[in-house]
Write a protein that binds this ligand. Structure first.
Ligand code: KG4
Ligand code: ZN
Length: 342
């Protein structure tokens, strides 16, 4: 089955053609990241406009480069949430228009599920029906889920304040590093001592033990930066910045890894899939591999190009989901990991 996947939930316009859920026949990706950099974060208005500007050319390039004609496409899968309202609507409108004109079935894809499917896609280490624990960490989302196959997801824990990627972005900003902050923290932290500063994990006293709270560590970094600046006026020195970046990264990575491993232990599920932009983090990938090996948990991690937003994961997952009965599809910016609010 050949699926055209469309992803426009944030600042990436991703289109891809995937056969039978795994074979990538072509992929196009544009990002408006550069236009957002001077604002220190994604500006929704700019992101939506950029989707409109590149969509048609991307589609033409995709079909031409893959040597595929619309008649060969079996269905169109599109991210319908969660994401930025003005961005989602562009992808959904494009998918509906193509489905109508080409007379193809339409499939609605939850962006968070697609991030987890990206981990399974290259190797398919277990069946799409098998239960697994999932960790989604990106700029906008932080969730630990129990998945009964790739169609039924149950939320186990989520962030109570900042998403993991958002915390990287904010901490980078307060240390004067660029946007997006995750890659910057990783780069600067390479030379640093991860034990230079110690950040205690927050105590989650009520609700789910799998919930996260990242505002405490962010504020702790802020105070340490301020104290340092009082003693050493002027720009932050390189060794302080790299020690702080390494220590912050270490504390967040450890928190995320330990909670997800605990979720595997408590559910008795020995399979873990991870996804989202933050999974591009080298230290996180190494620690996940190490801990999962020790705990005998099978681990699925997406290749770097499928961690951040892309159309390939949408086209891949779209192969397994039921098509809609009509082109009546709306974007749902606050779509939850369990699906639509009934
Ligand atoms: O999945 P994504 O591309 O977009 C959202 O759906 O949000 O994730 C973007 C996030 C940003 O917050 C960025 O700082 C973070 O992923 N990120 C990283 C790394 N690369 C990207 N965080 C930590 N380390 C990285 N290497
Ligand atoms: Zn994403």
């Amino acid at each position: 089955m050949l699926v055209l996947g469309i992803e426009t939930s944030c600042d990436e316009t991703g289109l891809a053609l995937v056969e039978d859920g795994r074979k990538i026949l072509g992929a196009q990706l544009a990002t408006s990241l550069k236009e957002h950099q001077r604002y220190g974060g994604v500006v929704p208005e700019i992101a939506s406009r950029a989707h409109v500007e590149v969509m048609t050319a991307e589609l033409e390039n995709l079909l031409r480069d893959a040597g595929i004609t619309p008649s060969q496409i079996d269905r169109i899968a599109v991210t319908h949430g969660p994401g930025l309202p003005g961005s989602l609507v562009i992808g959904v409108a494009a998918a509906k228009a193509l489905a109508l004109v080409w007379k193809k079935p339409l499939v609605a894809v939850n962006h968070l599920h697609a991030h987890l499917y990206a981990a399974l896609m290259p190797e398919m280490p277990w069946s799409v029906e098998d239960p697994m624990v999932g960790l989604v960490i990106s700029g906008g989302h932080t969730a630990i889920v129990r998945a009964d196959g790739i169609r039924a997801f149950h939320l186990m824990g989520q962030t109570r304040d900042d998403a993991v990627g958002e915390a990287f972005d904010k901490v980078a900003k307060l240390m004067g590093l660029g946007f997006p902050g995750g890659p910057e923290i990783q780069r600067v932290g390479q030379a640093g001592n991860p034990k230079a500063f110690r950040f205690l994990p927050p105590k989650i006293k009520t609700g789910s033990p799998y919930d996260f709270s990242l505002s405490g560590v962010k504020t702790a970094v802020l105070y340490k930066v301020r104290d340092h600046q009082k003693m050493n006026p002027g720009p932050l020195d390189a060794s302080f910045t790299s020690d702080m970046a390494a220590s912050f990264q270490e504390s967040v990575v450890e928190e995320v890894v330990q909670k997800t491993v605990l979720a595997c232990a408590e559910t008795g599920i020995g399979r873990m899939a991870v996804g989202g932009g933050v999974v591009a983090n080298r230290r996180l990938r190494d620690r996940l591999a190490e801990v999962c090996r020790e705990q005998k948990i099978a681990l699925a991690v997406p290749p770097l190009n499928l961690c951040t937003d892309n159309g390939t994961m949408v086209a891949g997952l779209g192969c397994y989901l039921p098509p809609l009965s009509s082109v009546e599809l709306n974007s749902i910016p606050d779509l939850r990991v369990e699906g639509e609010r009934k």
